[in-house]
Design a protein around this ligand. Sequence first.
Ligand SMILES: Nc1ncnc2c1ncn2[C@@H]1O[C@H](COP(=O)(O)OP(=O)(O)O)[C@@H](O)[C@H]1O
Ligand SMILES: CC(=O)OP(=O)(O)O
Ligand SMILES: [Mg+2]
Length: 396
Amino acid sequence: MKILVLNAGSSSLKCQYFIDEESIASVTIERIREKESYTVLTYANEQREHTSTIKDHYEAFETLFSLLKESHIITDVTELNAVGHRVVHGGPYFSRPTLINTEVIEQIRSLIPLAPLHNPSNLEGIEVIAKAYPALKQVAVFDTAFHQTMPEYAARYPLPYDLYEEAHVRRYGFHGTSHAYVAKEAAKMLQQPLETLNLITLHLGNGASAAAIKGGRSIDTSMGMTPLEGLMMGSRSGDIDPAIIPYLVQTQEMDVEAVDAMLNKKSGLKGVCGNNDMRKIIEKINGGDDKSQLALEMYVYRIKKYIGAYATSLGHVDAIIFTGGIGEHADLIRKMVCKGMKQTFGMILDKEKNRSVSGEKSAIHNPESRIDLLVIPTNEELEIARQTKEVISRLS
Ligand SMILES: Nc1ncnc2c1ncn2[C@@H]1O[C@H](COP(=O)(O)OP(=O)(O)O)[C@@H](O)[C@H]1O
Ligand SMILES: CC(=O)OP(=O)(O)O
Ligand SMILES: [Mg+2]
């Protein structure tokens, strides 16, 4: 089966072309909307890279298709069996991967207010393809689906009950495809059935979330009704006192839209130190920049607090998994997260191993550690290809 998978993140577009479960080619476009967007095509063990300005996701999709054509990877798009899309918010409508039709498109559109940084780019991809190749089957795989197993007491907010019934106000959780994928990979690495494991997965990308996974099922996660709750992120605040919002509206001449844009786009690492690229933040810290140092300390402290919380939710923890661009590559962050966690949690990092790991699957704990510490590169695209294949197979 030939499946093209599109994963439009908030600042990136990742694409992989699969024949059955084999990845034939991949294209990653990073830093969309910034002066220097960075495109990498990987095909037949070769990498082609270039830098250009890509002003939005629409332009990123155009760049992607012309690259695949030029390189003779997909010369005729109609030969594909399906396109699988990452869709971030499935709201109350979707708890499984779904074949896309016009009704599904409208439901995804109606969820834009709940995922303003994501659902629009996810939709753009779906619509570009629907327009150009109307006969091609498209499947949506939702970030929220994996967290549907959260118990009600974890999923609900302590708000008036009617808000849940009338306006679907509850916690949904995100990055589900990634948390599910790395949990399965962790079970393989540990050579134990997933059903027996208690895991904390840390997806640290531009968006970031933690999940508590018991026996392969999500029992809690740090993102909520929208991908704004929880950990500090690239440009999103994560947890704050909700009273800050009316306070700003009342005292700072900001309307609700301005506060919302600030919380989603001008906060987090970017808000504190002006930068949302962890590589640059680390460079600046080495150059003595105090704001970058503070941003990093806040970022790490908040991850540690969630580890503490989820150790309590799970009872005991078998392994903590680092994934996402930062979790996979930033050994400094992993080291800071594990520091001072020996006494209470028995976490002991092997500093040498940690330093040498960047982007590959590896255990980074000392043999004495009570909790296994693992770096596992996420592969949301492979997981989406698998789920897309399942949906398409059921049709025939
Ligand atoms: N070698 C590295 N060292 C530190 N941070 C890195 C490295 N490579 C990537 N990152 C960080 O990973 C983040 C992007 O993660 P990614 O998962 O690709 O994002 P997205 O959420 O857009 O999919 C950025 O903050 C980037 O700086
Ligand atoms: C939901 C979310 O935050 O996604 P990303 O990390 O791709 O921005
Ligand atoms: Mg991502």
